[in-house]
Design a protein around this ligand. Structure first.
Ligand code: G3H
Ligand code: 13P
Ligand code: ZN
Length: 322
């Protein structure tokens, strides 16, 4: 099977009460870890590339790595998606360069400007058989070159979504309901503590999601900033020379619930970074004499595979949906 768009994936996910994982890829080990997990679990998957990933690894290398993964996993539907496209030009370059899906993220712009640029991307993308994700509302955290301070984020206004989708013709919509980018999603002051003193983040705004669903029945919703920042990895990082105090993510059961509703795409990047970093830090500490990158990248790739398999089984619910 060649690379596919997300249209059929999302239709089945919406009707089946599950979501497709969209995992960020930056190098060969990450592509292999993600797609080996999807292949073994017979799950569709979205591989997404940010502007930063293109700057780091080069567009052509990333496309060719993903094409290799398609050859290795011929029965798995895979989409290649631009994450947080910041302009028409960036989106066009990915549409022309083999991507099957792009995100145009003008969420920090005024409503009319967001509509104008999103529509321009949609028109070009649809003419080339490519689908478009757009965004309304802003998440806190760091996304490519957009850095939104905690407290400056704004939830999506449900009364805007219908007009936005109708006027732009976008194929899916990312909304802001309390998720955020990176490994430090909430300040301690925003959280409560459980009996063991562990930080408990504020719940996602399911009321906003429900309102959006009412206004856009059958339409695929996307959640960015959906890493859960597993505390076992934070602990390993800190134990082996790292310093990640107060790293905190979105509880997995809330993402599972969102996947049962209209959320068809769940974006995960930080958890992959954390799994790799924890694994490499531990490996280096335990094997100070090793210097062959294959020695530490092999367990790091396995860690990517394990965390993605965990998400597919326990968060996304996409096992055997290929
Ligand atoms: O939302 C942002 C993604 O995690 C990509 O991050 O821009 O550092 O590649 P990046
Ligand atoms: P995380 O930082 O929570 O993994 O979010 C990634 C993301 O939204 C990529 O677009
Ligand atoms: Zn994002």
């Amino acid at each position: 099977m060649a690379l596919v768009t997300t249209t059929e994936m999302f239709e089945k996910a919406y009707n089946g009460g599950y979501a497709i994982g969209a995992f960020n890829v930056n190098n060969m080990e990450i592509v292999q870890g993600i797609t080996e997990a999807a292949g073994e679990l017979n799950s569709p998957v979205i591989l997404q590339v940010s502007k930063g990933a293109r700057a780091y690894a080069n567009h052509t290398y990333l496309v060719k790595l993903v094409e290799a993964a398609v050859i290795e996993n011929p029965d798995i539907p895979m989409a290649l998606h631009l994450d947080h496209g910041d302009s028409f030009e960036t989106c066009k370059s990915c549409i022309d360069g083999g991507f099957t899906s792009v995100m145009i993220d003008c969420s920090s712009m005024p409503f009319e400007e967001n509509i104008k640029i999103t529509k321009q991307v949609v028109d070009y993308a649809h003419d080339h058989g490519v689908v478009v994700e757009a965004e309304l509302g802003t998440l806190a955290g760091v996304e490519d070159e957009v850095n939104v301070e905690a407290g400056k984020e704004s939830y999506t206004h449900p009364d805007e979504v219908e007009e936005f989708v109708t006027r732009t013709g976008c194929d899916s919509l990312a909304i802001a309901i309390g998720t955020s980018h990176g490994a430090y999603k909430f300040k301690a002051s925003q959280c409560t503590r459980n009996e063991e003193g562990i930080l408990v983040p504020p719940p996602l705004r399911f009321d906003i999601l429900e309102e959006c669903i009412k206004r856009l029945p059958g339409f695929p919703i996307v959640l960015h900033g959906s890493s859960s920042v597993p505390q076992e990895f934070v602990k390993i990082v800190n134990q082996y020379g790292g310093n990640m105090p107060d790293a905190i993510g979105i509880p997995e059961e809330q993402l599972r619930h969102a996947a049962e509703l209209a959320v068809c795409k769940i974006n995960i990047d930080s958890d992959i970074r954390l799994a790799m970093t924890a694994t490499i830090r531990k490996y280096m500490a335990e094997h100070p004499d090793h210097f062959d990158p294959r020695q530490y990248l092999k367990p790091a790739r396995q860690a990517v595979k394990d965390i993605v398999a965990h998400k597919i089984k326990n968060v996304l619910g996409s096992v055997d949906k290929a």
